[in-house]
Write a protein that binds this ligand. Structure first.
Ligand code: SAM
Length: 482
């Protein structure tokens, strides 16, 4: 990127922010290439095994336990493991916010601005199948990509919706344990990687985004329970969008405090009173520009930490927007009549064939809707009248009396949880043919007739169906490699 294409006003702001000593190094960073990385899905593989077995060169990202640098031309986005949700391709600095939010298994987590899912996939992985992630994005089209990425990651305990934050707040005041607000921003930190964003900046700069961010951060704050943590992040440098937004929150919600995060030597501190916030500058680290601030909502006076009454406090209020038709929009889902305790025969048989599947976390329930079977997470979340794109895991579909397992189920399973597995080497040309939806001829089929879990290097990719020694490719049509 040539410096002449950066907006004058932006350069002036950066000079003020960094001072005359640091500014030249910042400018020089635009002469260097940006970095490409990937983040390993810890629910599918350990980072040690991944780095031993991956077929292209990777280098650890020093401040992200499961992050790796990989070359732009590594082929990571065409590798079968990418299709298997084994990793997410992500710029290294963008891995930071989700790594700093201390999500624990069992938490109720909200990702308010989640598409396309770079951070939501990591938050969900940190839940280890327990608790729930509600991933929202105001844009329906972007939320579709978010759903695909969460499904590819094999996440069952999630719901994806596309709502305005005020609507979410009316359903979930004080409800979540952890919230990520990865706010829409002017994108200054991405100018090196995406020069087109510099042109957008001149149309909609920091002051436009600042007012959106101030609204979002207060709405998110009101959805957090006392004692919970919220992480506010942007990929921009402007203090107006970063420190000023945090200060706006602290002024308007005095029960919040900015707290220190896990620190890495390349991080820079936030300006002024936001010392504990993290700034990432491309001249200090091998990543693009980012800002992250970890905030805690203090316990209410007199309420003990972890008080079970406290955890349930939101539910009474949530009950006020429980299921039924929304008279204004005609949207909404009725859960009452189609919840099921007993699965239809063929689906129950299929479930019985699974060996202790990890997605069955004991907290969910089954639901059948238009012949599709879902395993639902947290009842209260999915009972809200929201524009959901998905609630829980799509287990499969009844086709008359037959059951067809879903692509999402294949992604949520581990190879050892299914009895009939066909495992190709990732480098085997049949793996790519399978991902393209073509016919593949296995050396041997694991059963004479029935559903087979097709894997690459021991990690599931999708389904096939055998009949008379032949394999029919059942890889999801919308999931194929082009
Ligand atoms: N967290 C995402 C990730 O890591 O992949 C990136 C999020 S991007 C920085 C900001 C997102 O906020 C966009 O997808 C945009 O559609 C969404 N957005 C913009 N305004 C919003 C609003 N008022 N409420 C919720 N989402 C909003």
């Amino acid at each position: 990127m040539t410096l002449t294409r950066l907006p004058e006003a932006f350069l002036h702001m950066m000079q003020e922010l960094l001072g005359t000593e640091e500014y030249p190094a910042f400018l020089a960073s635009y002469e260097r290439p940006s970095h490409t990385g990937l983040r390993v899905n810890s629910t599918k593989i350990s980072t040690d095994i991944f780095s031993e077995r991956v077929s292209f060169p990777v280098e650890p990202v020093p401040w992200i336990g499961n992050g790796f640098f990989c070359g732009e031309d590594s082929g990571a986005s065409r590798h079968p493991w990418y299709y298997g949700g084994v990793y997410y391709i992500q710029e290294p600095s963008a891995m930071t916010p989700a790594s700093l939010l201390p999500v624990e298994p069992g938490d109720r987590v909200l990702d308010l601005c989640a598409a396309p899912g770079g951070k939501a996939t990591e938050l969900a992985a940190k839940l280890k199948g327990r608790g729930v992630l509600l991933a929202n994005d105001i844009s329906v089209s972007r939320a579709k990509g978010l759903l695909r990425n969460l499904e590819r990651f094999g996440i069952a305990n999630m719901a994806v919706c596309s709502e305005k934050p005020e609507k979410l707040l009316s359903c979930f005041p004080g409800y979540f344990d952890k919230i990520l607000v990865d706010a829409p921003c002017s994108g200054e930190g991405m100018f090196r990687r995406r020069p087109d964003m510099a042109a957008d900046w001149e149309e909609r700069g920091p002051s436009y985004y600042s007012s959106v961010q101030k609204e979002l951060i207060l709405q998110a704050a009101d959805m957090l329970r006392h004692g919970g943590c919220m992480l506010y992040s942007t990929c921009t440098f402007s203090p107006l969008e970063n420190e000023d937004t945090v200060e706006w929150l602290l002024k308007n919600r005095p029960d919040f405090e900015l707290i220190p995060t896990k620190w890495y030597e390349g991080f820079s501190h936030g300006r002024g009173s936001c010392h504990h916030a993290v700034r990432i500058f491309p001249h200090c680290m091998e990543g693009e520009g980012h800002f992250a601030a970890l905030l805690r909502k203090r316990e209410e006076k007199g309420a003990g930490a972890g008080d079970p009454g406290d955890r349930d406090a939101g539910s009474g209020i949530v009950a006020s927007c429980l299921t039924g038709r929304d008279d204004r929009t005609g949207q909404g889902r009725s859960l009452g009549e189609d919840k099921v305790n007993v699965l239809p025969g063929a689906a129950a048989d299929f479930l019985a064939s699974l060996k202790d599947p990890s997605f069955l976390n004991g907290q969910g329930q089954w639901r059948i809707q238009e012949n599709r079977l879902y395993y639902l997470p947290d009842r209260r979340i999915i009972s809200a009248r929201l524009r959901f794109l998905r609630t829980g895991l799509l287990f499969g579909e009844m086709k008359k009396s037959r059951f067809e397992p879903s692509q999402a189920l294949a992604m949520a399973l581990r190879a050892e949880e299914y009895p009939w597995v066909l495992d190709f080497a990732p480098e085997d040309e049949r793996t790519i043919r399978y991902l393209k939806g073509e016919t593949v001829v296995p050396d041997e089929v694991p059963c004479s007739s029935g559903w087979v879990l097709v894997c690459a290097g021991g990690l599931p990719l999708g389904w096939g169906k055998t009949h008379n020694g032949m394999l029919k490719n059942k890889y999801g049509a919308g999931w194929r490699m082009l």
